[in-house]
Design a protein around this ligand. Structure first.
Ligand SMILES: [Zn+2]
Length: 282
């Protein structure tokens, strides 16, 4: 792994919720902004670098064929553009290719298969490796092990990039599919990831028991990227109201549990990253 397990590494915060503040409307694929508003995506990346991020994540969470079809853009052009923007903003820092879930319902609950997911992810990874400008892959916000395995396999078959895979857990410490933390991290290690973690869904307070379970069930590096608290629905809008200082305090608690890699998910901004940097003296 290019990142040191025993050193603090700051990832970035949210991209999607940041883009909404810059005019992305609900339901519009955020990845389209790589083509239509590259200067905004670059500005967000730069603000994370300025805040202290050592790794920034490309705006490619949903850059797979099934999700881009309606936009008229191809996976190749969206992924290449996203990586070019991130590379330019990152300078000497690392660029992680971001990969998210397909959003499809897998067998036996639905009809979607491992092979279909593998094919979508292979296309995304091939487009990324063609650029030669990615340092690692972040497979994030997953909750289905079959889907994660398809994504991990696609990365391994089409690149030699290090892989971090983070899962989303519910308050009771299980994924939406019902799997607990030890099961998830054991399987992910079997699939060949270089690091594991938890992101999204919970705030930094609610994620503490997940962190505890993760630390005691794996020797792999762990990345924790909580949301800015629990979501609050106001006038039909989803808001996150935890402030950066409070968030950073929880991250400090998490660091005392043995975790070294942090970032933020929904609702977090560059101020959240700089608050962590200041509090941990990174
Ligand atoms: Zn999130």
């Amino acid at each position: 792994m290019i990142l040191d397990k025993n050193s603090y590494v700051l990832f970035d915060g949210a991209m999607g919720t940041m883009l909404h503040t810059y005019g992305l409307y609900p339901g519009q694929p955020p990845e389209v902004f790589n083509i239509t508003n590259p200067e905004i995506v670059e500005k967000i990346h730069r603000s994370y670098i300025d805040a202290g991020s050592n790794v920034i994540t490309t705006n490619t969470f949903g850059a797979i064929r099934s999700k881009l079809e309606s936009t008229g853009y191809t996976v190749e052009e969206v992924v290449a553009k996203a990586i070019a923007i991130a590379r330019k903003a990152a300078q000497d820092k690392y660029v992680a290719l971001d990969m998210g879930p397909t959003g499809e319902l897998f067998e036996p609950l639905g009809n979607f298969t491992f092979q279909e997911a593998y094919d979508l992810y292979s296309e995304q990874v091939k487009a990324a490796t063609l650029t030669g400008n990615v340092d690692l892959v972040l497979i994030e916000t997953f909750f289905n092990l079959t889907e994660a395995q398809a994504a991990i396999q696609a990365v391994k078959d089409h690149s030699s990039l290090p892989i971090i895979c983070t899962f989303t857990f519910q308050k009771k410490g299980r994924t939406l599919m019902g799997e607990d933390v030890p099961t998830v991290v054991t399987k992910l290690k079997e699939y060949g990831v270089d690091a594991v973690g938890a992101n999204c869904s919970l705030g930094p307070k609610e994620i503490l028991p997940i962190v505890e379970a993760m630390v005691s069930s794996t020797d792999l590096p762990i990345l924790i990227q909580p949301n800015a608290g629990l979501p609050i629905i106001k006038e039909g809008q989803t808001l996150y109201e935890m402030n950066p200082e409070e968030f950073a305090q929880y991250i400090k608690t998490i660091s005392n549990m043995g975790v070294k890699w942090f970032g933020g998910c929904c609702g977090t901004t560059p101020e959240f990253i700089s608050s962590i940097r200041d509090l941990l003296n990174v």
